[in-house]
Design a protein around this ligand. Structure first.
Ligand SMILES: Cc1cc2nc3c(=O)[nH]c(=O)nc-3n(C[C@H](O)[C@H](O)[C@H](O)COP(=O)(O)O)c2cc1C
Length: 173
């Protein structure tokens, strides 16, 4: 099995981090992986904000129920949809999802832990204020990143028979 497929299966959301620093090189690699996601017309409708300052992390932690995860993270990446580069809202948001997944897979391969935080969107106005977001951008997610606390992490998925059909929706896998 190739690396990508192995990483897709082994990646788990990580919500507890050690105090160890994430290097600037690793952050750059993660961001490059995000930027190499596919996008419609190659419009790359994303913008990213890297947050490392403890005071900002503390403020952002108050914008979500996942306070502990945010507080424990060494780096946060706020992922934004830039309406100015948009051509189709649905496709642009799909592309941003692909960029986020690329970054999560990169974290796993670098030995880092990460989790995609969506619940924080409930407080997007506060996040935008903290990050001085201009009018033309829309918050899509925050990714919390750090070195993972060692522990067994499991997850599950629906079986293919539940989600896949053969030829049309009348025939199950
Ligand atoms: C759109 C989206 C939003 C999510 N929001 C949160 C969140 O706010 N907090 C959290 O702890 N995990 C969040 N997750 C992570 C999911 O809970 C996790 O991916 C799912 O339970 C499967 O577990 P796994 O990633 O370990 O395979 C989110 C994932 C996605 C794709």
């Amino acid at each position: 099995m190739g690396n990508t497929i192995k990483t897709i299966f082994s990646r788990r959301s990580v919500r507890e981090f050690t105090k160890e620093d994430v290097s600037d090189d690793d952050i750059t690699t993660i961001l490059e992986c995000g930027c190499w996601a596919p996008s419609g017309l190659n419009n790359q409708p994303w913008k990213f904000v890297i947050i490392r300052e403890q005071e900002k992390i503390r403020k952002l932690a108050e914008c979500t129920r996942y306070t502990k995860t945010v507080l424990g993270a060494n780096v946060l990446i706020a992922v934004y949809f830039d309406h100015e580069t948009s051509y189709n809202r649905t496709k642009d948001i799909q592309a941003i999802g692909a960029a986020i997944q690329n970054m999560l897979l990169a974290c796993d391969e670098l030995g880092l832990g990460a989790v995609w935080l969506g619940e924080i969107l409930n407080q997007e106005d506060d996040v935008n204020t903290i990050l001085n977001a201009p009018k033309n951008v829309e918050l899509m997610a925050v990714i919390a990143i750090g070195h993972p606390v060692e522990k067994k992490r499991t997850s599950s998925r629906k079986g293919l028979e539940e989600v896949v059909f053969r030829e049309d929706f009348n025939t199950k896998w």
